[in-house]
Design a protein around this ligand. Structure first.
Ligand code: HEC
Ligand code: HEC
Length: 360
């Protein structure tokens, strides 16, 4: 273990010396819409054309397919496990969303709980108060403090962008990272690092999946129902659509449908490197993939989020100093490899979340 960690640091130091980071100016930002997922993608930007592009990981809403605006719902809603009740406006308040289960997490610092208006939305709006987040953004709970600070800097310095430019909510994240003071960034990093990563995704191998529509970068079940072949995709969808949107229940996780046999094939790639196709992830991310020193944990996290990172790194949209270590890992990966790798990584069992039973 110690030898591995030293190895990581040696390679990392080499990377730090050899890579010069050019800070680029980021235009625009903002955009996106309800749900913090970037509903209504930029229609004028084409989809990436690379052969390895995992469209399933970005869940971009096709132009013109955005859901019609609904009449405002002013009723008070409830979810299982608490007597608290909130309106939809309170649940999705960017200045401090509903905190359904304050007992599930430590006390949030102000930047996480309410943000700093108008420049920085509350982190808890998109990443949830417990840091679990949705597949459209990602989980920040349980990541190392140094990693969080470093990646926030990468967003700020223009070296972490989406590999699919239509993923507008990453641009929002970039805007927040640019506007955070160092003190705010540190308090958020310390908070999320202190909140453990627990069970959130249930991976199921299957031939058929429910028909879904991408809304706000999340696949929700199609209203008309029906099933379709999974193909070479991972379809990550809420365990219960309503609990996720509009209720944002932070105890209601996701199910990831993966092709039959994907977990086993992924295990080969992740633990052995698949005969030179990639490198064994366990060397740097830890034998249980829950992170090692400054290297972030990947086990049990959103497969869509993970696959986006692999692709973003492969096409060079994410290229911070520490990303250097991932370059040889992602260089040769195809869409199929990303399906297998994320199926295995996301299926790793995690401790049960507060108020729930472990499912994997
Ligand atoms: C509007 C929604 C939104 C808000 C609000 C938001 N984020 Fe994010 N965050 C995102 C998205 C989108 C990503 C990147 C997803 C991707 O790369 O595909 C992200 C990624 C991150 C990551 C990288 C996670 C990783 O594993 O590398 C960190 C750290 C992070 N956010 C911290 C914060 C902090 C701190 C705040 C509050 C100051 C915040 N976020 C507020 C949407 C949001
Ligand atoms: C040589 C060390 C090394 C190996 C081997 C390695 N990683 Fe990484 N990985 C890293 C480092 C360091 C980072 C942080 C990169 C950054 O900050 O941009 C990272 C980041 C990631 C991320 C992004 C995490 C996040 O929260 O955004 C994913 C996903 C990932 N690795 C998956 C894998 C997979 C899958 C494998 C094996 C197929 C693998 N890694 C092998 C060192 C490694």
């Amino acid at each position: 273990m110690r030898k591995t960690l030293t190895g990581v640091f040696v390679i990392a130091c080499a990377a730090l010396v050899t890579v010069t980071v050019s800070a680029q100016r980021e235009g625009g930002g903002g955009g996106g819409g309800r749900g913090g997922g970037g509903r209504g993608a930029a229609a004028d930007v084409p989809a990436p054309s690379g052969p390895n592009y995992p469209a399933w990981a970005y869940a971009i809403t096709p132009p013109g397919a955005a859901a019609p605006a609904e009449a405002p719902d002013t009723s008070v809603h409830h979810i299982p496990g608490t007597d608290r009740g909130f309106t939809v406006a309170q649940i999705a308040d960017i200045r401090g969303p509903a905190d359904w289960f304050p007992e599930d997490h430590p006390m949030m610092p102000p930047i996480v709980a309410v943000g700093r208006q108008p420049q920085v939305r509350s982190c808890s709006y998109c990443h949830y108060p417990n840091g679990k987040g949705r597949p459209s953004n990602g989980g920040v709970a349980g990541l190392p403090v140094s990693y969080i600070l470093n990646t926030l800097n990468d967003f700020k310095n223009g070296v972490r962008k989406p590999g699919d430019p239509r993923k507008v909510n990453v641009n929002q994240m970039i805007t927040f990272a640019k506007n955070l003071t160092p003190e705010e960034a540190r308090s958020a990093a310390e908070y999320f690092a202190s909140t453990p990563w627990t069970q959130w995704v249930r991976v199921v191998e299957t031939k058929m999946v429910p028909k879904t529509n991408a809304e706000g970068s999340i696949f929700f079940k199609a209203k008309e129902g029906g099933m379709e072949p999974i193909g070479m995709r991972v379809i990550e969808t809420p365990e219960n659509d309503e609990q996720t949107e509009p209720l944002r229940n932070p105890r209601s996780g996701f199910v990831a449908y993966v092709p039959v046999g994907a977990i086993k094939k992924g295990e080969e790639l992740v633990t052995k490197g698949g005969n030179g196709k990639t490198e064994a992830c366990t060397v740097c991310h830890g034998p249980d993939l829950r992170g090692l020193g400054p290297v972030p944990g990947i086990a049990g996290r959103s497969p869509s989020y993970l696959a986006r990172q692999l692709y973003d790194m492969q096409v060079g949209a994410r290229h911070g100093e520490w990303t250097e270590l991932m370059k040889p890992v992602v260089a040769k990966l195809t869409n199929e490899d990303m399906v297998y790798i994320t199926a295995y990584v996301s299926s790793r069992p995690m401790p049960a979340a507060p108020g729930t039973k472990a499912t994997n």
